[in-house]
Design a protein around this ligand. Structure first.
Ligand SMILES: Cc1ncc(COP(=O)(O)O)c(C=O)c1O
Length: 345
């Protein structure tokens, strides 16, 4: 029986959904939404705060400040409240209303940037604002999830090892890319593992992370308007980009089986099911990660008007859940389409 004193002490580590009954292919979905912050970002937030305290950067009287599209902001609001820090979250209009309310309920202040930078988008504008605030008052402490090694370190130490323990025969891991903390932590861990694991990075069309052209993205979590600082592509075997319409379809398909997940889960599941079908990979052990659950997306992803206005009236009627629009770069294996694992060691 877990008994805890601070919210970050609890996290469900070993829960997987077998998606075979939903999508007809073998894929295990690791659920990261079962902690008090409701997302995988609880791990990164905890590790970054603890490291800053150990380093003497974060001290009583400090004010935490961070740029977040939502989930890290919620996790930091919770940890700040439990440790007695003030917290200012800098976000943008894509942050769900319920997520913003959640942060405020936890005592955080939320500032929404309304104008994107013409070159670096909302992300660049959010970071500029954070830098200006830090320059204006020395009490501000920016953990900087985009560059902080404890972001990917938390997944190296926890998420990847949890998967390794549960799936000693793992062949392929699909990981969504936001700051790329989850991706790099897992990819670095499995590079050193006892058997080769194919690491497939998943991103949204319109994100520039892997060199694609920028375009409109409305679903928070994955993607970036700037190349993430912690990304090292030498650890990644393939990149799969997914259209947001496919994300929406995958989410609704799971919801119709009673599983309500967040947007980025739809993206990774769409990429993974397509990849597994395309590579005729029924015998492989395949895992992907669900960063959060669906309640925070009731007014967006799960709202018919919002979906139809953005993606067209047919988006929920065309029911082929999987669907990949692009794969970059070309797989680094022999060029065959078979899922033979490239041995990179
Ligand atoms: C819902 C959701 N999915 C995926 C991610 C991406 O995780 P990472 O920043 O580790 O790449 C995030 C990050 O905020 C998220 O909130």
């Amino acid at each position: 029986m877990p008994i805890i004193s601070v919210p970050q002490e609890f996290n469900e580590e070993d829960l997987y959904v077998d998606l075979r009954s939903v999508f007809g292919c073998s894929l295990f979905l690791k659920c990261e939404g079962f902690n008090f912050a409701g997302s995988i970002k609880m791990k990164a937030a905890t590790e970054m705060v603890e490291a800053a305290e150990r380093a003497g950067v974060l001290t009583p009287g400090s004010v935490l400040i961070e740029s977040s599209s939502g989930n890290l902001g919620v996790a930091l609001s919770m940890i700040a409240a439990s440790r007695g820090y003030e917290f200012l979250c800098i976000t943008d209009p894509r942050c769900n209303l319920s997520t913003r309310r959640l942060m405020e309920a936890l005592g955080a202040q939320v500032h929404t940037i309304t104008e994107p930078d013409p070159v670096t988008g909302f992300l660049g504008a959010r970071k500029d604002y954070v830098r200006a605030m830090c320059a204006s008052d020395r009490r501000y402490v920016w953990l900087n999830q985009y560059e902080n090694p404890n972001n990917w370190g938390s997944h190296h130490r926890r998420t990847a090892q949890e998967i390794a323990r549960s799936f000693p025969e793992l062949d392929v891991l699909f990981v969504g890319a936001g700051t790329t903390g989850t991706l790099m932590g897992c990819a670095r861990f499995f590079r050193e593992w006892h058997r080769p694991v194919r690491i497939v990075a998943v991103d949204s069309v319109g994100s520039v992370t892997f060199g694609g052209p920028p375009s409109r993205r409305m679903i928070p979590g994955l993607g970036s308007a700037e190349r993430p600082d912690v990304l090292d592509e030498s650890y990644i075997d393939e990149v799969v980009l997914v259209e947001e319409a496919q994300t929406v379809r995958a989410c609704h398909r799971m919801a119709r089986r009673g599983f309500l997940f967040g947007g980025s889960t739809g993206t990774v599941v769409s990429a993974a099911t397509s990849w597994l079908t395309r590579n005729d990979a029924q015998d492989l052990t395949a895992v992907t990660i669900a960063p959060d659950l669906g309640e925070r997306y009731l007014d967006t992803l799960y709202q018919t008007n919002w979906v139809e206005d953005l993606y067209g009236g047919d988006v929920l009627r065309l029911d082929e859940g999987a669907g990949v629009t692009a794969t970059v770069p070309e797989p680094r294996s022999s060029g065959s389409r078979s899922p033979v694992l490239s041995n990179r060691r």
